[in-house]
Design a protein around this ligand. Structure first.
Ligand code: SAM
Length: 214
């Protein structure tokens, strides 16, 4: 698939939309401007690739809305070389944005078909996070701790395993709520007992499955 001037133009427009909606980080906006989102779409959905909307990617799952991807990425405050765990690889789009931000990305997906598909597809675009298949509601204990953790599916509550696997000073960004609507929690681990919490409204994700999910 090619990345034409038209696609690049549409990406620029998307970046302007995200700026208007409040995304400020120039690094995040640059990353959105760089990653060809249309590469992640089926032929029939291509015209929608640069709308600020979530879309189906098969297996009943979605590629998140660009605003949500940008919002979560901005809140993570990633600096180059940080070790970041993403829960819910899905299409791999969010993982590409994290890589563009300079993170060392570990990404885990529960659905075997999506895991297989994305693990073979992303390297063809030149993006190489470390891929894992399994229940990310339990984190990835073998590779912990992580500087940052991002959950891209809606959780019923904050999984204790994820807080445990965060470095002191680390940030966990996770949507928490019911199956339709969630609030976005930004949790900063102050020490082993203390967490600072910020809450943002109005997000809607597919459910986080697994032991500490639904
Ligand atoms: N980050 C993705 C992207 O950029 O396309 C979007 C993710 S989609 C909204 C949510 C993903 O979380 C789905 O692919 C789903 O299979 C996955 N998921 C749900 N529960 C999970 C779990 N316990 N562990 C890992 N992945 C999970």
């Amino acid at each position: 698939m090619e990345d034409s001037y038209k696609h690049k133009g549409l990406r620029k427009q998307l970046v302007q939309v995200l700026q208007k909606k409040g995304i400020q980080s120039s690094d995040v906006l640059k990353a959105i401007n760089k990653v060809p989102r249309h590469f992640f779409f089926d032929e029939a959905l291509l015209p929608h690739a640069y709308q600020d909307k979530a879309f189906p990617i098969g297996e009943g799952q979605t590629i998140s809305q660009p605003y949500t991807v940008a919002f979560q990425s901005e809140k993570l405050e990633i600096t180059t070389g940080q070790k970041v765990l993403e829960i819910g690889t899905g299409s791999g789009y969010q993982a590409c944005i994290l890589l563009e931000l300079g993170a060392r990305v570990y990404t885990i997906e529960y659905n075997k078909k999506l895991y297989d598909r994305t693990r073979s597809f992303l390297p063809k675009m030149g993006y190489r996070p470390k891929f894992f298949h399994g229940d990310g509601s339990l984190g990835l204990a073998k590779h912990a701790p992580f500087d940052k953790i991002i959950v891209t599916a809606g959780a019923p509550s904050v999984p204790g395993s994820l807080l445990k696997q965060l470095t002191i000073g680390g940030i966990l960004i996770i949507p928490v709520g019911d199956s339709k609507k969630q609030q976005m929690f930004k949790l900063i681990k102050i020490d082993d007992k203390k967490v600072k919490k910020e809450v943002f409204n109005n997000f809607s994700f597919v459910p986080l499955l697994g032991e500490e999910g639904w």
